[in-house]
Design a binder for this molecule. Structure first.
Ligand SMILES: *[C@@H]1O[C@H](CO)[C@@H](O)[C@H](O)[C@H]1NC(C)=O
Ligand SMILES: *[C@@H]1O[C@H](CO)[C@@H](O)[C@H](O)[C@H]1NC(C)=O
Ligand SMILES: *[C@@H]1O[C@H](CO)[C@@H](O)[C@H](O)[C@H]1NC(C)=O
Ligand SMILES: *[C@@H]1O[C@H](CO)[C@@H](O)[C@H](O)[C@H]1NC(C)=O
Ligand SMILES: *[C@@H]1O[C@H](CO)[C@@H](O)[C@H](O)[C@H]1NC(C)=O
Ligand SMILES: *[C@@H]1O[C@H](CO)[C@@H](O)[C@H](O)[C@H]1NC(C)=O
Ligand SMILES: *[C@@H]1O[C@H](CO)[C@@H](O)[C@H](O)[C@H]1NC(C)=O
Ligand SMILES: *[C@@H]1O[C@H](CO)[C@@H](O)[C@H](O)[C@H]1NC(C)=O
Length: 367
């Protein structure tokens, strides 16, 4: 029974594989060369006849994406995805390489896993570098030759450099371009244009690589100075201008110096005056304070004394009153002059208190 079944199955398998060989693996159109800027997307199409089984995309020889007939794409890396298109004539798998890197440059192969049935294309990842004309604007006199330097840095591959003047290309014999290796597999180029202007010209340096939709450019204006007379005139003008400017500047400087000195002196004087004035004020206020305080204390003392006619309690009061002068001294400490004045003022006032307690006066003068 088992042998019989195998016999029946064998032709089926054979025919299936044969038809597979005949139709499934045929690639109608393979991928085509692509040139992209680094970081952008690269897309490749591979169209196979409708009864296909498997389609494998390889980048630089390594499989990056596999598409199986009914199931669809098997994605293993986010950078390699695909889109499908089915038409009456065939199935198209579009490989999308995201965020292309310089290292992605190389072959792209579409394979149907059959011998002699793979097609390939090339991916070229390029880098749009910088472009500058080193001299900004300059003026050139009659019969004078200038060299204008245009520098391209960090390109891949090295760009083609051309020059234009007022929208017409300059002959290649008038400039020299040198290429050099930069870092990280990038290239630099430097082009030197030799020019003897006969008119004001707008010069443009253009750098081109395949991936750029239009060449990158840098421009500079070369102003032409006609006739020696004109130049002499302008020189005279500039020299007189320089003299006038120098005189004016020196005058302004002198005035500024005087002004600054004046301001400094003024400030100094004001500071001095202000300080003495403030001192005076402080003295007066200190006196007032002391006077007021003493009067208050006197009043308080008087009040207290009014309450203390008995002799035994009198001794208790002495330390209390004695403690007052130190308090006043606190106020007068910053200014010794005011202190002495207050002290002198204290004495007569205390002397009026004399009859009540002669001992107190002695204590005060001690402090
Ligand atoms: C694709 O690129 C390769 C390598 O740059 C080149 O040899 C080939 O001729 C190109 N094919 C087409 C169709 O441009
Ligand atoms: C691939 O084919 C599809 C469908 O024909 C088309 O829309 C797409 O632009 C093609 N892509 C490339 C890179 O040729
Ligand atoms: C190439 O680089 C230049 C300068 O950085 C920039 O102005 C230009 O847009 C870039 N071109 C593209 C296509 O990215
Ligand atoms: C332009 O710049 C280059 C390099 O900086 C210098 O050698 C050259 O003399 C300059 N040309 C003019 C006209 O200033
Ligand atoms: C420039 O060269 C021409 C021809 O050699 C000459 O006639 C003219 O005087 C020159 N001009 C100056 C400013 O040197
Ligand atoms: C170039 O353009 C400038 C500015 O537009 C103009 O003054 C000059 O005459 C032009 N030169 C030539 C040779 O056409
Ligand atoms: C220079 O580049 C700008 C944009 O970057 C473009 O508009 C202009 O046409 C270009 N000039 C030339 C002479 O190609
Ligand atoms: C310089 O200017 C004079 C008149 O201003 C003109 O006749 C002469 O042709 C000019 N020379 C050049 C080289 O343009």
């Amino acid at each position: 029974m088992e042998k019989f079944q195998k016999f029946i199955l064998l032709p089926f398998i054979l025919t299936a594989s044969l038809t597979g060989l005949g139709f499934c693996s045929s690639i109608i159109t393979g991928p085509t060369n692509a040139t992209v800027l680094v970081g952008s997307e690269a897309r490749f199409n591979c169209t196979v006849s409708l009864r296909w089984v498997i389609l494998i995309w390889l980048s630089k020889g390594s499989p990056v994406l596999t598409v199986v007939n009914p199931q669809g794409a098997i994605v293993t890396s986010d950078r390699f995805t695909s889109q499908n298109y089915t038409s009456s004539t065939g199935f198209t798998s579009e490989l999308i390489i995201h965020d292309t890197q310089l290292s992605d440059s190389g072959t792209i192969v579409c394979s149907t896993q059959q011998p002699n049935e793979s097609t390939f294309a090339f991916l070229s990842v390029q880098v749009n570098g910088s472009l500058v004309i080193k001299n900004s604007t300059f003026t050139v006199k009659e019969n004078k030759t200038v060299e204008i330097v245009c520098e391209a840095l960090g390109w891949a591959p090295a760009p083609d450099i051309t020059w234009m003047t007022n929208d017409s290309f300059i002959d290649k014999s008038r400039y020299v371009t040198k290429q050099s290796q930069g870092s990280n597999g990038l290239h630099n180029a430097m082009s030197i244009l030799t020019l003897t202007p006969t008119d004001t010209e707008i010069l443009t340096c253009l750098a081109d690589i395949e991936a750029l939709p239009s060449p990158q450019n840098a421009t500079v204006t070369v102003f032409f100075l006609n006739s020696t007379l004109e130049s002499e005139h302008s020189e005279d003008n500039t020299s007189t201008w320089v003299i006038v400017l120098a005189v004016v500047l020196s005058l302004v400087g002198f005035i500024l110096l005087i002004f600054i000195i004046g301001v400094v002196i003024r400030c100094f004087c004001q500071k001095k005056k202000g300080s003495t004035y403030q001192n005076e004020i402080r003295k007066v206020s200190a006196k007032k304070k002391n006077g007021g305080h003493l009067q208050n204390s006197q009043r308080n003392g008087n009040e207290n004394r009014g309450y203390i006619p008995e002799e035994p309690k009198y001794t208790e009061h002495i330390p209390r009153i004695v403690s007052l002068p130190p308090m006043t001294s606190k106020f007068t400490v910053p200014d010794p002059e005011s202190y002495t004045s207050s002290a002198s003022k204290v004495q007569p006032q205390r002397s009026t208190d004399g009859p009540i307690s002669p001992k107190k006066i002695r204590n005060v003068t001690h402090v």
